[in-house]
Design a protein around this ligand. Sequence first.
Ligand code: NIG
Ligand code: FE
Length: 392
Amino acid sequence: MTTTLITNIGELVTCDPTCGDGSPLGILRDAALVIDDAGTIAWVGSASEDPAADECVDVGGRCVVPGFVDSHTHLVFAGDRAAEFSARMAGEPYTGGGIVTTMAATRGASDEELRATAALRMRELHVFGTTTVEIKSGYGLDVDNEARILRIAREFTPETTFLGAHAVPPEYTNDRTAYLDLVTGPMLSACAPLARWVDVFCDPRAFDAEETRAVVRAGVAAGLTPRLHGNQLGHGPGAALAAELGAASLDHGTYLTDEDRAALHDAGVVATLLPGADFSTRSPYPDARLLVDAGVTVALATDCNPGSSYVTSMPFVIALAVRELHMTPAEALHAATAGGAAALRRSDVGKLALGYSANLAVLGAPSHTHLAYRPGSNLIVQTWIEGESFGG
Ligand code: NIG
Ligand code: FE
């Protein structure tokens, strides 16, 4: 059995509140950890009490944090919407209407192209310290292409989400009911075996409450667990439905009322905030403080997609959350790690504690605060996934 000791960690963020300083980040100073040959954490403690191990990596007093859990991406797509971004920066609003532009490009792309471009984006995510990723369908919008996207997504992650109800494709513009019948019928049958989650874009100009309920109920009957896009473009029923339908997470949440926040809290729904989307669509930012104060678990994710958020860097998302969502650096890091794990209902990632996956990022910095303090610098010098290291 090969064991690896990572030692001389100046600041170890465990996200285990029973560890170290007892804060939600569970910070240990002058620490070390041991990874076993199954890629899990076998020991965490003080560097002065290092157990013997087969291999030893000295990180020179740097900070080590859990790998980021990016619980919301649309990583498998083709095409480019830079012109749409440019138009928005010149004053055009974001409506979600560009989804069909990406749908057309994605339908026209080969499996090899979709696989290769997703691999490049996945590589970027790893370079920025992300170790767990969720990927949605939603740019196929027909049976074969939705299933194809999920099949490719599954080559990268077990966290795949069926999002056939992302937009109504042009061939169904005059018959939404027929499209919803397709989504809840043959498309779901083809996609359910390839997905863990079902999602709906429940927002003004997307799908309404009744449509969302129908898709989610069909998905649940097919064995999927719900998570919802909602309250991105305006106030609406997304948050209340997420609570009613037992969703793991309500994603975006830019426009929430006190009642919405109370419903999320009471139902134990995680609020996944996506400030990269608010940034790239020049929209208002959600109020993370009100969510935290209402006792809602908050996650942060990139929402990586070509329309509203072509963002692969969780450190950038953390910096936005601190500067624009008024989270503390500690709250933002917790949301990007343990929060993302909660949004995916995972109890094996998002923390550096005994038995957890050895997923971690070594920062070229002495403390986690630098993630927000030095926006634009890539501070990740090494990313470890299940005990395997990438980078310097
Ligand atoms: O999460 N809001 C809906 N879907 C994506 C954007 C889709 C697009 O514009 O291509 C999002 O922001
Ligand atoms: Fe999204």
